[in-house]
Design a protein around this ligand. Structure first.
Ligand code: PHE
Length: 339
């Protein structure tokens, strides 16, 4: 029996040395210590041992069992540590690897320019307001001194929802809506989309953008108009750019003017950029017509004002050297990501 015990111990030690993982260790543990295990089996043979030898055998069996248990515990710990280490290595993260980048969107070039222009006016004390794109004929035309059948409507052919409701052809109807509220003085700009039924080509689109401006207060003069718009141009194009005002006609301003900047390429001589003109038209403007003030219930003998309107697309096209208006609306991200 003693030999058998030693044999079991020797075998077990040998097998323990070769155990590679927890599963093998567990298998070996069952083979030795479980109810059907080798050590349990040999204890059953204790009955066959002579009574005087039993205490000695019992003690030996216990020692063998304890020794083996100790070794099992040790190996188990070692295996645990190795497994932990392997896990750490397997799960290691290289924090210097580039991450998965999400594609970032960009502000549309037209919106960029709109914001830039609005910022200039905001710094001058203007407030940004907006009006409806689906507008009443009255606000888009009649209230702006363009009655039904007036030839000025020919330039503003647009899309009608009903006889009375249309897509606005200009941001000027916002002037009327603001003045009707009569919170004087007024100093607003109104950026937004406008519509005209033009055929699409490199310089025309049925949808385009304007920024409207309106100032109404006591004692506003043409001098204020010029000062404000010249300052705006300086902020936009720099101190040195030359400007001029040309007499013009709008139904809802009197007097009216268009403002040009000297062509940045030829400085007034005429070239391909300005199509031989030497000047580039930037905006339309004028003193708010008496009749328009009256229609909004503002006393023209007490109050006066100036208004202006500019097109965003042409400014943006020059800014970004874009030569085809259609690109703005095609939503090609390869194009849009360049700005
Ligand atoms: N609304 C005019 C246009 O579209 C521009 C304008 C605005 C002119 C304000 C004078 C005053 O042509």
């Amino acid at each position: 029996m003693q030999e058998k015990l030693r044999e079991i111990q020797k075998n077990a030690k040998k097998q323990l040395e070769n155990v590679k993982n927890q599963e093998e260790l567990e298998k070996l543990r069952i083979e030795l210590f479980s109810k059907k295990g080798a050590l349990t089996a040999i204890m059953r043979e204790m009955g066959a041992v002579a009574p005087e030898d039993r205490p000695k055998m019992g003690a030996l069996a216990n020692t063998v069992r304890e020794e083996l248990e100790g070794e099992f515990a040790q190996i188990k710990q070692k295996l645990n540590a190795t497994a932990q280490e392997a896990k750490i290595i397997a799960e290691k993260i290289d924090v210097t690897m580039p991450g998965a980048r999400r594609p970032l969107g960009k502000i549309h070039p037209l919106k960029q320019v709109e914001r830039e222009l609005c910022d200039i006016f905001l710094a001058m004390g203007f407030t940004v307001v907006s009006g409806p794109e689906v507008e009443r004929d009255y606000y888009n035309f009649t209230a702006l001194n363009i009655p039904e059948n007036h030839p000025a409507r020919d330039d503003h052919d647009t899309f009608y929802i009903t006889d009375e409701i249309l897509l606005r052809t200009q941001t000027s109807p916002v002037q009327i809506r603001v003045m009707e509220q009569k919170k004087l003085p007024i100093r607003i700009i109104a950026p937004g989309r406008v519509y005209r039924s033009d055929a699409v080509d490199a310089t025309h689109s049925p949808i385009f953008h304007q920024i409207e401006g309106l100032v109404v207060d006591r004692g506003i003069t043409m001098g204020n108009l010029k000062g404000c718009l010249e300052e705006f141009i300086r902020q936009l194009y720099g101190e040195d750019v030359k400007t001029r005002f040309r007499p013009h006609h709008f139904q809802f301003t009197e007097p009216s003017a268009e403002m040009d900047i000297a062509c940045p390429k030829c400085e007034g001589k005429g070239c391909s950029v300005c199509k031989g003109e030497g000047w580039i038209e930037i905006l339309g403007a004028g003193m708010v017509h008496r009749d328009v003030l009256l229609r909004c219930d503002i006393n023209p003998d007490e109050y006066s004002g100036f208004a202006f309107g500019l097109g965003l697309e042409r400014i943006a096209m020059r800014r970004f050297r874009i030569n085809d208006l259609r690109l703005f609306h095609e939503n090609d991200v390869r194009f849009l990501h360049q700005f």
